[in-house]
Design a protein around this ligand. Structure first.
Ligand SMILES: O=P(O)(O)OC[C@H]1O[C@](O)(COP(=O)(O)O)[C@@H](O)[C@@H]1O
Ligand SMILES: [Mg+2]
Ligand SMILES: [Mg+2]
Length: 340
């Protein structure tokens, strides 16, 4: 039987071949869908399990953030110049440790690490991760998340990590996902065969299938943009926002990318983080924020651009490279681009 190499570059929406009943445990879902991967040797499945495990630990910390000393900043800044929050650092440690232990991952690109982390092993996979997304919302008990992308290394396993292994186009992702620490905690991911969402049951300590084959409505009535920076938006962006208002769309902006994206995926909507005077290349990071959500959006029938081109076709030049980001319902992203 021909195994399909369904990387992010083939925007077909081949849903999971084996229909799983709502409530299937994540482990069983991964196992039953493992044969879809071209490299179905269990490594990618193990990586997904390791990420799920680390997210359970982070979830436990997030849920009691007010009670334990993990609120506030640690006093250092990351490459992006953001003040690192204690939970940023803690989440980075938890995911790095879990992925290092598994042995399948040879290198890790993280928002919280200036350069890539070489795990110096025979691993064949490279992970890009935003360990804690929505840091400005940690201390105010608003939904936050984790974003991850999985790539296959290009250079031979066991040899020194090369630039080509780290700076890969989003189109080369073999899997991507996010964890949303909200009123409930969810893990949503794709391996290029549709998008599935799992809800965490803390009493059983397990994720269960709750949102099979997620589809993003082609149209919606929600727009998400930080209008506080509107004065420095370009005219096409201002015109599109005015268009949304003229259409009496609803404005919703949580300020946590994962949470804004998730809502718009379920209800139909568009999230825009354009270039601004403060961030002339946009604020969000291509490798560990936008590529993963662009892969999920496309696999769910949505779209993601930088205003000009498909996010997944951008070849990154640097680890913490920023990009303007337009993501969500296909027709709304198209409309947002029609004003330029
Ligand atoms: O406060 P702003 O400028 O609207 O930016 C909010 C955006 O920045 C982010 O917080 C950046 O992510 P991090 O929290 O991981 O640095 C996004 O989650 C969010 O969408
Ligand atoms: Mg982020
Ligand atoms: Mg972050």
């Amino acid at each position: 039987m021909q195994r399909s190499i369904n990387k992010a570059n083939t925007p077909s929406i081949e849903t999971s071949r084996i229909a799983q009943p709502i409530g299937s445990p994540l482990d069983r879902f991964i196992k039953n869908n493992q044969d879809q991967f071209a490299y179905a040797s269990g490594e990618l499945s193990q990586i997904l399990r390791d990420i799920a495990l680390a997210s359970k630990v982070v979830n436990r910390e997030v849920n009691k953030a007010g009670l334990i000393d993990i609120m506030g900043a640690v006093g250092s800044q990351n490459m992006a110049g953001d003040d690192q929050q204690k939970l940023d650092v803690l989440a980075n440690i938890r995911f790095t440790r879990a992925l290092a232990k598994g042995g399948e991952v040879c290198a890790l690109v993280s928002e919280e690490s200036d350069s890539f982390v070489d795990l110096s092993n025979e691993g064949k996979y490279v992970i890009a991760i935003d360990p804690l997304d929505g840091s400005s919302n940690i201390d105010v008990n608003v939904s936050i998340g984790t974003i991850f992308s999985v790539y296959r290394r290009k250079s031979p396993a066991g040899t020194p990590i090369q630039q080509e292994d780290i700076l890969q186009r989003g189109a080369d992702q073999v899997a991507a996902g996010y964890v949303l620490y909200g009123s409930s905690t969810m893990l949503v991911y794709t391996t290029g065969h549709g998008v599935n969402g799992f809800t965490y049951d803390p009493t059983l300590g397990e994720y269960f299938l709750s949102h099979p084959n997620m589809h993003m409505p082609e149209d919606g009535r929600i727009y998400s943009v930080n209008e506080g920076s509107a004065n420095s938006f370009s005219k096409p962006v201002k015109d599109y926002i005015q268009y949304c208002k003229d259409q009496k769309y609803t404005a919703r902006y949580i300020g946590s990318l994962v949470a804004d994206f998730h809502r718009n995926m379920l209800k139909g909507g568009v999230y825009i983080y354009p270039a601004t005077a403060k961030d002339p290349d946009g604020k969000l990071r291509l490798i560990y924020e936008c590529n993963a959500l662009a892969f999920i959006a496309e696999q769910a029938g949505g779209k993601a651009t930088n205003g000009q081109m498909r996010i997944l076709d951008i070849t990154p030049g640097t680890l913490h490279q920023r990009t303007a980001f337009y993501v969500g319902s296909k027709n709304m992203v198209d409309k947002s681009g029609s004003f330029s």
